[in-house]
Ligand binder design. Structure first.
Ligand code: PLP
Length: 279
């Protein structure tokens, strides 16, 4: 995300509003990605509805902004906010949780294998079972609460290990650190350890931060559990290297959709406490 920061005089302005990663989550939720507009100081920054950007010279985009499919200032704010809340290096905002699912799943090629938790959101199940499997990607559903079942399933074809916790709908709890450790001990497809993907929709970073527990990618849909705040999912990556191939976003969040969840993040923790208290 660093290429999205303004250069020159704008830099010191951005510096003034830089978040301190040591702040508590409630404070981060108010400040991360919520800096005043770099250009005017507007505390409610504008929604940038542009597809292209004038460049200072040929191949010299201002602040790194060249085309909306890769960069948009409104989306970049949301991506910064969520990456910070998830404790990740990078964030990418997609148009829906399912758009994030499909894009992340593309990291597995035909003949490679995805180990999927045996209880996942119905749309996720259908996508893996009815779309990817017929295309030759090996899909195996595994009880991720069992270390033995996971260890037995991991193989030299495994590209992704994918699960929810709590799961939808059965609310099973999976030990993220234990799964990440098992994945790291195994050498999967392409001679790399399998990429551990946690669908963090039910807990959100207000309650659980999978990347700190060893996951490579955490994402969540903002559709339902975020009290209908609009749809914008947030995959946050531990290491940009893993998802660089999907950075040319086929399904990015639209700028107006990227705005609402960023501001709603300010009250995220209160909402989640209520949610958990009512469960
Ligand atoms: C756990 C989980 N993951 C992913 C999704 C898909 O998100 P979306 O509806 O934003 O496509 C949902 C939707 O309810 C969900 O519950």
């Amino acid at each position: 995300m660093s290429q999205a920061q303004p250069e020159g005089p704008g830099r010191s302005f951005a510096k003034r509003y830089e978040v301190d990663e040591g702040w508590q989550l409630d404070t981060l939720a108010v400040h991360a990605g919520q800096e005043p507009d770099e250009l005017t100081g507007a505390v409610a920054p504008p929604i940038y509805q542009t597809s292209t950007y004038a460049q200072d010279g040929v191949g010299d985009p201002r602040g790194g902004f060249e085309y909306a499919r890769t960069q948009n200032p409104t989306r970049a704010r949301l991506e910064r906010a969520v990456a910070t809340l998830e404790g990740a290096e990078h964030g990418i905002a997609f148009a829906s949780g399912s758009a994030a699912t499909v894009t992340i799943a593309e990291l597995a090629a035909p003949d490679e294998e995805i180990l999927v938790g045996d209880d996942v959101y119905g749309g996720t199940f259908r996508y893996f079972d009815k779309v990817l499997r017929p295309r030759g990607v090996r899909i195996r559903f595994v009880d991720m609460t069992s270390r033995d079942a996971l260890t037995e399933a991991l193989s030299e074809r495994t590209r992704l290990v994918w699960f929810e916790t709590p799961t939808n709908p059965w609310l099973k709890l999976v030990d993220i650190a234990r799964v990440a450790e098992a994945a790291r001990e195994s050498s999967g497809a392409r001679g790399e350890h399998p990429i551990v993907v946690v669908d963090n929709t039910f807990a959100s970073p207000a309650i659980q931060r999978p990347i700190e527990l060893g996951a490579d990618i955490a994402f969540h849909s903002a559709t339902g559990p975020c009290r209908a705040r609009r749809t914008t999912p947030f995959p946050a990556e531990r290491d940009g290297r893993r998802t660089r191939p999907v950075r040319l976003l086929p399904r990015p969040a639209r700028p107006p959709d990227a705005r609402a969840p960023g501001r709603a993040a300010r009250t995220e923790r209160d909402g989640r406490r209520e949610h958990a208290g009512g469960a």
